[in-house]
Design a protein around this ligand. Structure first.
Ligand code: FCB
Length: 475
C-alpha cells in the first residue's frame, strides 16, 4: 500500500527538543569528539554542546490502553475497527502497551542517553469528548510521564495533535468544521495550564499535510475520506488551530516555546526540461510552501492559491484575519524529513534514490542538508528541530541499513549546522517499533525491537550505535 500515493495526483495538477536554546550554531561546534564508548571507529566532528539527542513516538502508535481510565475514542480507534482499513486488521488497542510500561520505557530512554523525547498527547485521553471536563486519570498519565523525563534529565517535546481527533468532535465534522480550530486551542490551553513550564517545547500539529493527503484525499488514513476539496478546507482549519494554539500559549505566563512539526520534502526536477522545472515549482508549493508560508510568513503562496479553482471551497474557508492568526510568531519549527521528491515534465513523481520497506520513502540524505539550508535562506533563523527522521526496515535486530541511514542523515544535519543553520536537536523516528497506521505492525521503524506478543523490548544494532553517538556527541 502506498501511503502517500496521492502526491502523484497533486503534482500532476489533478487537484486544483529543541533542547537547549543557543545550541546548534556554527560558532559553538566543538572541533573533535571524545570516544567514551571506546569504539574502534573514529568519531566524526562533534555536534554543538547541548545539542538535543532525541527519539520520537506518538500516542496512538505506542500507548494502547485504548479503553482504560476514561479515555474516549479517537478517529483512529474507529477507523482501525472498520474491516479492511488496516493491514492484517491490526489496531492500536494495545500497541506497544506504553501506557502501562512507561516507567521501563523511560529507563530505556535514559539508558540510551537521550536528552530529548518527543511524544504526543492523546487528546481524547485528557478530554474524552474533545471538550469539557478533564479526565483526571488521563492527565495524570502525562504528568507522570513528564515528571519521569525530568527525573532522568530528558527534555520533553510534546506534540498536541498527532492525527487522533476525538471521535466525538469528528461527529460534529472534525476539522471540516471551523470550530475544531477553537476546540483544539481550548485543549491546548488545558495542556499548557496542566504542564506549564515543565514542557520546554510544545508542538501544535504533526504533519497537517498527511492528514490532508492521506486522511482526506487518498482515504487510507482516518477518517478515510476521499475528497480533495474537503481536504484543503481541513488543511486550512488545521493551520488555524495551530495559530490559535500559539496564541493560547502567549496568553499564559509560561516560558515554554511552541511551533508546528511539518513534513517537508525538497522537490527536484527529474530532467532538464523547462516543463519539469515548472512542475517542480508546483510540487514545491504543494509539498512545502503551502505549509511553511502561512506558518512563518502569514500568507499562502500565490502560486499555490492559483492552483485552486475559483469555486474551490478552501477559498471561502479562508476568512479575513485567519492568516494573521496562523502566522503568529512561532518560536521553533519542527522538521519531519523522510526523503526527497523528483518531478517529471508532466508532474508525475519518479524515484531517483533507493526506497525502504515504506515504498513512499525516497532515501536521500543530501535532501536534508538542502532542506535545512533552504529554510534558513528563505525563512530566516528560526530555531529548528528535526522532529522525525528514520527508515523502515525488515531487519529485526541487525539493522545495519538503518545505521547507515542515520549516519548519513546526521552527517547532513551536521553539515547544515556548519553552514550556519540553527539546528538544535534531532529526534529519530522511532524509539521503538509501533503501530504504523495503515500498515499496522508490519512496518518496523524503531531502534528498539518490540515483540508485540510478549511486549519485550530488545535493542537493535541501531540502538547501540545511537547510544555511542549520543555519548560522543558525534557520529
Ligand atoms: C510520519 C508520521 C509518524 C510515522 C512516520 C513513519 O509521517 O508522523 O507517525 O508514521 O511517518
Amino acid at each position: 500500500m502506498r501511503r502517500r500515493n496521492l502526491l502523484t495526483l497533486a503534482a500532476a495538477g489533478t487537484v486544483a527538543g529543541c533542547a537547549k536554546p543557543g545550541a546548534g550554531t556554527a560558532e559553538n561546534l566543538a572541533p573533535d569528539a571524545p570516544d567514551p564508548a571506546g569504539s574502534s571507529s573514529p568519531a566524526g566532528p562533534a555536534f554543538p554542546e547541548g545539542f538535543g539527542w532525541g527519539a520520537a513516538t506518538s500516542a496512538y502508535q505506542i500507548e494502547g490502553a485504548a479503553n482504560e481510565d476514561g479515555r474516549g475514542p479517537s478517529v483512529w480507534d474507529v477507523f482501525c475497527h472498520e474491516p479492511g482499513r488496516i493491514r492484517n486488521g491490526d489496531t492500536g488497542d494495545v500497541a506497544a502497551d506504553h501506557y502501562h510500561r512507561y516507567v521501563s520505557d523511560l529507563d530505556l530512554m535514559q539508558d540510551l542517553g537521550l536528552t530529548s523525547y518527543r511524544f504526543s498527547v492523546s487528546w481524547s485521553r485528557v478530554l474524552p469528548t474533545g471538550r469539557g471536563a478533564v479526565n483526571a486519570k488521563g492527565m495524570d498519565f502525562y504528568q507522570r510521564l513528564v515528571d519521569g523525563l525530568h527525573e532522568r534529565g530528558i527534555a520533553p517535546v510534546v506534540t498536541l495533535f498527532h492525527w487522533d481527533t476525538p471521535q466525538a468532535l469528528q461527529e460534529l465534522g472534525g476539522w471540516e468544521n471551523r470550530d475544531c480550530a477553537k476546540w483544539f486551542a481550548d485543549y491546548a490551553h488545558t495542556m499548557f495550564t496542566a504542564l506549564g513550564d515543565r514542557v520546554p517545547t510544545w508542538l501544535t500539529l504533526n504533519e497537517p499535510k498527511t492528514v490532508v493527503d492521506v486522511g482526506y484525499t487518498a482515504g487510507t488514513h482516518a477518517p478515510g475520506k476521499r475528497d480533495r476539496n474537503l481536504a484543503n478546507v481541513v488543511g486550512h482549519h488545521l493551520l488555524l488551530g495551530h495559530g490559535l494554539a500559539v496564541q493560547a500559549l502567549r496568553g499564559t505566563t509560561g516560558k515554554s516555546r511552541i511551533g508546528a512539526a511539518l513534513s517537508l520534502s525538497p522537490a527536484y526536477p527529474a530532467d532538464d526540461s523547462a516543463a519539469a522545472a515548472h512542475q517542480t515549482a508546483i510540487a514545491d508549493g504543494e509539498e512545502n510552501r503551502r505549509w511553511l508560508d502561512p506558518v512563518l510568513r502569514g500568507h499562502y503562496p500565490q502560486d499555490w492559491l492559483d492552483t485552486q479553482p475559483a469555486d474551490a471551497p478552501v477559498r471561502a474557508a479562508i476568512k479575513d484575519g485567519d492568516l494573521a492568526v496562523i502566522g503568529t510568531q512561532s518560536d521553533v519549527l519542527g522538521v519531519n524529513y523522510y526523503g526527497t521528491t523528483h518531478v517529471t515534465s508532466t508532474g508525475g513523481r519518479i524515484m531517483v534514490h533507493p526506497t525502504s520497506q515504506a515504498t513512499w520513502q525516497e532515501i536521500d540524505p543530501n535532501g536534508l542538508y538542502d532542506l535545512l539550508t533552504r529554510i534558513k535562506r528563505d525563512y530566516g533563523d528560526i530555531p529548528l528541530s528535526i522532529t522525525e527522521n528514520g527508515m523502515a526496515t525488515t531487519n529485526p535486530l541487525r539493522d545495519e541499513d538503518r545505521i547507515a541511514f542515520l549516519r548519513d542523515h546526521l552527517a547532513a544535519a551536521h553539515r547544515s549546522i556548519q553552514a550556519g543553520v540553527k539546528l538544535e536537536s534531532y529526534h529519530l523516528w522511532s524509539l521503538m517499533d509501533n503501530f504504523e497506521w495503515a500498515e499496522g505492525y508490519t512496518q518496523r521503524w524503531g531502534i528498539v525491537n518490540v515483540d508485540f506478543a510478549s511486549q519485550r523490548r530488545t535493542h537493535k544494532s541501531s540502538a547501540d550505535w545511537y547510544k555511542t553517538v549520543i555519548a560522543r556527541n558525534a557520529v
